[in-house]
Design a protein. Structure first.
Length: 193
């Protein structure tokens, strides 16, 4: 295999891994409130303390461990339709947080998301990555994570989450170097035989 063919195969693999990217837009969330006695949207599940929403094979879960039984909810206060919007404190109890996972588990890549928050700590797989505040976009791409977690402030809103399954993730730079070295060694052996 010629070097140009190898590079083309790597580029094609990289393109395939980004081709399955999805933007979670929350277009089905159009009501004022969900949970706490209000109807749930399609793709929502409520177990009394956790309110989950599924879109395009990904699940966002509002965990409200200190909410009054059955009172966890999305959309109160500064709710904007077609966003994932929640409040800490009076609405959902203290220490609420939101997780993003793949339905059924597995790894995924996170490219970006938009936010409007009082303040929130961002973690991936239990590792603190930083904090977000006010309005903005998170653009620090993460690859091969199982869970994104956002802590809660007084108000929290996220939208336009760009994600992709990690099954076809682009190899890490060290892995790529090893793979190219192995291909070079194989071609050298092939030439000598």
């Amino acid at each position: 295999m010629k070097f140009k063919s190898i590079l083309a195969a790597i580029a094609l693999g990289a393109a395939a891994s980004s081709a399955n990217a999805t933007i979670l837009s929350f277009d089905s969330l159009t009501g004022f409130m969900y949970g706490n006695g209000f109807p749930l949207a399609a793709g929502m599940n409520y177990d009394g303390s956790n309110l989950s929403y599924v879109e395009a094979g990904f699940q966002l879960t509002l965990h409200a461990p200190n909410a009054a039984p059955g009172s966890a909810n999305l959309g109160t206060g500064t709710f904007e339709p077609q966003t994932f919007n929640w409040h800490d404190g009076l609405d959902n109890g203290l220490d609420t947080f939101v997780t993003l996972t793949r339905v059924g588990g597995g790894l995924f890549n996170l490219k970006s998301f938009d936010y409007l928050v009082d303040v929130s700590k961002v973690s991936a797989d239990g590792k603190l990555l930083g904090a977000i505040q006010d309005a903005g976009s998170w653009t620090a791409a993460l690859t091969g994570i199982a869970e994104l977690r956002l802590s809660s402030g007084a108000f929290n809103q996220i939208d336009n989450i760009e994600v992709a399954e990690a099954a076809n993730a682009v190899p890490l730079p060290g892995t790529l170097a090893l793979m190219l070295g192995g291909l070079a060694a194989a071609s050298l052996v092939r030439r000598r035989s």
